[in-house]
Design a protein around this ligand. Structure first.
Ligand code: ATP
Length: 884
């Protein structure tokens, strides 16, 4: 499409030019345009080619060292060693390459799940479509928190403000309006355009799509596109730095040993050098970075399966450490399937029944004609942005579920269509002022303002109430307050309705119009049952030492009733937003611990609550959906946005997005987060002692000037065969059974803790003892050096296998059927290792290469016994530690 000065055109001309109309495109035209104009997406950043990705696997100091070792062995004509080292490097690179590919796919799938949606008018009806399906001429509806899905020429705007920093660098939101502006206006002055990628901070609007995809303003500066996300977290980063230092350290030790052996012990250089190469290859944890990355990738996928989509990878670690979860109520703890159950007018209480959002249902007692309840029905229909749609037998809401419930109720009072009344202006709902107002005109020159919102807020705006016979009378605040309390105590959400007649020329609605002269019509109570799985999830949190706090905009009594139903610890003590405002930060910090229910809050309160909780050193997860929740989500250690009802602004501020808005998914994510952390710890706890154990054998032998109990070539073999199998299996470990019974891990617990260092020392010592014991035994039996070394080689591998089984259960005994049964990955790894060991021990061809000899049955059992002894010793040590 040509570059047009759309901002200079009046709205009607824009629509004509684009072949569109105020009611939107019809589906057929939209489909045709989609074919000609293509999808509304920015050109994807160029992908790294597989060759580059494969080569990048070698771009690592650990691998450089190995490659250098391979080169030197080749120069020394030790071709077999060269090929084994190259094989170690290749196996590592191939696994890294394949897993990284999988991880990238998983990330792409996640990005897909977060793909933006747009509310549009098609065939005159509001529907939600994928942002990619927008075409020029589509009419898009915007509200606070939305990300503008394409470049739009605004047709209607009510208090619309847009944050355009990504285009103009201006961080203050700008006001938007519909009047034309001069053709030469700068980008920032085109106030009647909403640009793709910018965020609506407040208000409501409708606009027609003038440009999509690469033709939008943001498309022109696609250099701004976010770079490729790499799969890493602070912990993993820390580990790769650690691995680099370890490599340097190993090289230094190797150099010292080389010097010591050559100059002091006068050993032959070539042989000594090969031993030092073996030592380096053994000690360098070359597989560690790859396996850690894989562990993360597995975790991200596991979370996505549980409906928790990780937007920023470091969050995986934080989520696992969460010690308090602050959650919304509606839709997260409850189902957000609302139903109007009661209506109160002056002197009359009605009960309403029905199924879901179906417009069928009865009102008891049956209202008389022109009763106020019918007027409330009309108000509920008009002061409402939602639409109901019938799919097969079920009715679904397009828009806010509460408003959907109000539509179903309106239908039960006989009000089905809005067509008699045109909406001329609106003050959109905002969780800060807690009401919504709309202005309506009909054909007979009547005009009304309708307001719906929280009862306290509306009571403060009304002076009058509608009597049973439709007359206006003085407001009886006490009556309404008491009625609101009664409905709320049943756990129902309470909403008040008020209206006011205005002269027909009144076409603009502003705040002063709703400050006075309103007449209260009545109250509506909506039920929203708790999710059964949320009850179970809260109990699980309590067992896991995680506190749960409910922060809601609802009435205190409603909040307390729901808090009770879902099993919060202190449901009866409610702190309201008003009370909270009276506390200073120190007072709030002390109050926050013994309250679990916060009611009538605004998003600003969420921010204060996060800060107050963090002051106690707690790691806070906070949920949110609205644009105003973004600061609290950013401030929280783990910001969690709702995938369904959440605004784009909240999703962008969050680390985690819940695909199903369900509290139980948060808890599942915490469980997965803890599992990932455990598995990272397991990978490290298995890899480091294994490497140091192997290295220590060679160092000790060299220092003692004795014949090596295992040749460098054999060490290379052990490394190749175990790192890629046993180490990798740990990345796929399932959650341990007591994972959610432990208290949360302290925020800055180092991974290389004293405990782990002790474990490294213990296992290294046991490896040394095992290796030298079997070596001594073999020599004592008068076995050949080859056979003795074969026994040592197998002992090392067997001990590594048993060590693996020990590591699988870091926090509980390994002596359970569950633990022995293992997982498919573990047994697959073990089988591969055993077959490989059998091959190197018994196949003549391999015997010739690796200098091994067949092992007899008794000795084989002895080797197995060494593994068992190692297992028993480390397990005993763990049991003692666990019971101390
Ligand atoms: P929760 O934490 O339970 O999800 P919330 O914090 O999102 O709730 P809000 O949406 O801020 O709560 O709603 C607060 C109050 O504002 C409600 O109790 C209701 O009285 C009123 N309210 C909510 N939605 C609307 C709306 N669309 N129009 C008018 N009033 C509303």
């Amino acid at each position: 499409m040509d570059k047009q000065a759309w901002h200079a055109l009046p709205p009607d001309d824009t629509l004509t030019r684009l072949g569109s109309q105020a009611a939107g495109l019809d589906t057929h035209t939209a489909q045709e345009r989609h074919l000609t104009h293509g999808a509304n997406r920015l050109p994807a950043p160029p992908k790294r080619s597989p060759v580059i990705r494969f080569l990048l696997q070698f771009h690592n100091i650990l691998i450089y060292v190995l490659l250098a070792a391979a080169a030197v062995t080749a120069l020394l004509d030790h071709w077999v060693d060269t090929s084994v080292i190259v094989a170690v490097v290749l196996v590592n690179a191939i696994i890294g390459f394949l897993q990284e590919g999988k991880a990238e796919q998983a990330m792409a799938a996640i990005r897909q799940m977060l793909a933006p949606q747009a509310a549009v008018l098609r065939d005159g009806k509001r529907t939600t479509i994928a942002g990619e399906m927008l075409v020029p001429g589509d009419i898009v509806l915007l509200e606070a928190g939305d990300k503008v899905p394409a470049d739009l020429r605004l047709l209607q705007a009510y208090g619309l403000q847009v944050q355009e920093a990504i285009l103009t660098g201006e961080s203050v939101p700008v006001d938007k309006q519909v009047e034309s502006v001069p053709a030469d206006a700068a980008l920032g002055d085109r106030t009647n355009l909403a640009f793709s990628g910018t965020t609506v901070t407040s208000g409501q609007a409708q606009g027609v799509v003038v440009a999509i995809g690469g033709h939008t303003e943001i498309g022109r500066i696609s250099g701004l596109l976010a770079g490729v996300e790499t799969l890493t977290t602070p912990l993993v980063e820390q580990m790769s730095v650690f691995a680099k230092w370890l490599t340097l350290f190993i090289l230094t030790v190797a150099a010292l040993i080389l010097a010591f052996g050559y100059f002091v012990q006068h050993q032959e250089f070539a042989e000594l050098f090969m031993a030092v190469v073996g030592l380096s290859v053994a000690a360098i944890p070359e597989g560690l970075p790859a396996v850690l990355t894989i562990t993360l990738a597995v975790g991200v996928q596991a979370m996505a399966k549980r409906n928790a989509i990780v937007r920023r990878l470091p969050a995986i670690e934080t989520i696992g450490a969460v010690s308090v979860i602050c959650t919304d109520k509606t839709g997260t703890l409850t189902r957000n399937e609302m139903l109007v159950a009661s209506v109160i007018t002056v002197g009359q209480a009605y009960s309403v029944d029905g199924e879901g959002y179906s417009p069928q249902g009865n009102i008891e007692p049956q209202p008389k004609e022109a009763a106020t309840v019918t007027e409330i029905g009309l108000a509920a229909l008009l002061c409402n942005d939602a639409e109901l749609k019938q799919h097969a037998d079920t009715w679904q809401v397009e828009g806010d579920p509460m408003e959907g419930a109000l539509l179903a109720f309106a239908a039960k009072t006989g009000h089905h269509h809005r067509s008699d009344w045109t909406r001329t202006d609106v003050i959109p709902f905002d969780s800060r002022h807690k009401f919504m107002a709309s202005l309506h005109h009909n054909h007979t020159q009547h005009a009304h303002i309708i307001v719906k919102g929280a009862p306290e807020v509306l009571l403060a705006m009304c002076q009058q109430q509608r009597s049973a016979d439709g007359q206006a009378q003085a407001l009886d605040s006490a009556y309404w307050q008491q009625q609101a309390e009664t409905i709320a105590a049943r756990g129902q959400r309470v909403l008040a309705f008020a209206s006011r007649t205005v002269p027909p020329h009144h076409t603009v609605l502003d705040m002063t119009d709703v400050q006075e002269h309103l007449t209260l019509l009545g109250l509506v109570g909506l039920i929203d049952p708790p999710r059964p799985e949320a009850v179970a999830a809260i109990a699980e949190c309590h067992r896991a030492g995680i506190r749960v706090k409910m922060i809601t905009g609802d009435h205190a009594a409603t909040a307390a009733a729901i808090g009770q139903q879902v099993g919060l610890q202190y449901p009866d003590k409610v702190l309201t937003g008003g009370e909270l405002d009276l506390l200073n930060d120190a007072e709030l910090a002390s109050a926050v611990l013994d309250h679990d229910v916060f009611a009538r809050t605004t998003p600003e309160h969420k921010l204060r609550l996060v800060t107050a909780l963090q002051a106690h050193g707690l790691i806070v997860a906070m949920t949110g959906d609205g644009v105003n929740d973004a600061p609290a989500l950013k401030r929280a250690d783990a910001g969690i946005a709702m995938g369904n009802k959440g605004s784009a602004a909240a999703k962008e501020a969050a680390e985690l997005v819940l695909a199903d808005d369900n509290f139980a998914s948060i808890v599942a994510a915490v469980r997965e987060g803890r599992t990932v952390y455990d598995n990272i710890k397991k990978v490290i706890s298995w890899t480091l002692p294994t490497s140091t154990g192997e290295a220590a054998v060679i160092v000790l032998a060299l220092l003692l000037g004795m014949l090596l109990p295992i040749t460098p070539l054999q060490i290379l073999w052990v490394n190749m065969i175990t790192a890629a199998t046993l180490g990798l299996a740990l990345a796929f470990e399932p959650t341990e059974s007591n994972t959610m019974q432990r208290p949360p891990r302290p925020r800055d617990q180092p991974i290389l803790s004293g405990g782990l260092l002790w474990h490294i020392v213990l296992v290294t010592t046991l490896f040394l003892c095992g290796v030298f014991a079997i070596y001594a035994y073999a020599l004592d039996q008068g076995y050949s050096l080859e056979l003795a070394r074969t026994l040592v080689l197998n002992t090392l591998v067997v001990m590594e296998i048993f060590h693996l089984f020990f590591i699988r259960n870091l926090y509980s005994t390994s002596l359970t059927w569950q633990a022995v049964r293992g997982t498919k990955m573990v047994w697959l790894a073990v089988v591969v290792v055993i077959v490989a060991q059998a091959a190197i021990t018994y196949l003549p061809a391999l015997q010739a290469v690796f200098g091994t000899q067949a092992v007899g049955l008794a000795d084989g059992l002895l080797v197995l016994g060494m593994g068992v002894v190692l297992f028993v010793l480390v397990e005993l040590e763990k049991q003692i530690r666990l019971h101390l």
